[in-house]
Ligand binder design. Structure first.
Ligand code: KIV
Length: 282
């Protein structure tokens, strides 16, 4: 049975920590799913860690749908959440509905995520009313990086902290089933988590959130252009891949790859006949 929003809400009620990881393709989605991670986010971090953009801003709906389809082919149990890209839910509510629906109908996702608090609450309400679960995202919202002026912690002043608390409440009232808190001071994340009935999923927001999310490429040590302070490398695949590539180059050059194991042979009689016929071609 696939994980539902009720399972996620129940986990908060039971005090069971929730894990969420990003995935952008079939093999990683399959690994994450089989590891028992209940939430897979096809994040627009895709822009940086897979497509090589400087920020998530250039990511398009078509790129997101393409990768969401690959992820949903690999994830059989986890709930897959499609991240709505920059400006795909701001222009109008009908536009937001159309784009949210694409994640479900074309991408095969079970939910969508979008950034912002009070400002997007009406949009969240309409998407939820249409039967699409929505995850909110407040604090450091990377799609607003140009406005925020950098990847720094949010909610540090009393006014900013109150604004984030109001944003979280607005998302909950609008029907969001969970909310990501990114780069929010740990004590503020704790206060928000205690005041909401829906789960909070933290990233750089301390241990008191209902769960934690990480970008898979950070966690596996695959993407090293920029490693955020809140990321932990549980593996160093970048180095492992470099080692594998060097070994491949060395073995091809010295003639130790391929071996008989990676090659196929030919029947001796066929080979003798081939050699005879080939010499007549010269
Ligand atoms: O795009 C993403 O990967 C995200 C997570 C960092 C929450 O939004």
């Amino acid at each position: 049975m696939r994980i539902t929003i009720n399972d996620i809400k129940d986990m908060k009620q039971r005090g069971e920590k929730i894990t969420m990881l990003t995935a952008y393709d079939y093999p990683i989605a399959k690994l994450v799913d089989q590891a028992g991670i209940p939430l897979i986010l096809v994040g627009d971090s895709l822009g940086m860690v897979v497509l090589g953009y400087e920020s998530p801003i250039p990511v398009t709906m078509d790129e997101m749908i393409h990768h969401t389809r690959a992820v949903t082919r690999g994830a059989k149990k986890a709930m897959v959440i499609g991240d709505m890209p920059f400006m795909t839910y701001h222009l109008s509510v009908p536009d937001a509905l159309k784009n949210a629906a694409r994640f479900i109908q074309e991408g095969g996702a079970q939910a969508v995520k979008l950034e912002g608090g009070e400002i997007v609450a009406d949009t969240v309400r309409r998407i939820v009313q249409c039967g699409i679960p929505v995850m909110g995202h407040i604090g450091l919202t990377p799609q607003s990086i140009n406005q925020l002026g950098g990847y720094t912690a949010q909610g540090k002043t009393p006014e900013a902290a109150i604004r984030l608390m109001k944003d979280a409440r607005a998302l909950e009232s609008a029907g969001a089933f969970a909310v990501v808190l990114e780069l929010v001071p740990a004590p503020l994340a704790k206060l928000i988590t205690e005041r909401l009935t829906i789960p909070t999923i933290g990233i750089g927001a301390g241990t008191d959130c209902s769960g934690q999310v990480q970008v898979i490429s950070d966690l596996l040590g695959l993407y090293t252009d920029f490693v955020p302070r809140h990321a932990k490398q549980y593996a160093r695949l970048f180095e492992e891949i470099n080692r594998a590539l060097s070994s491949f180059i060395a073995e091809v050059k010295e003639g130790t790859f391929p071996t008989a194991k990676q090659s196929s042979t030919m029947n001796e009689t066929v080979l003798a006949e081939l050699t005879r016929s080939a010499s007549s071609l010269d």
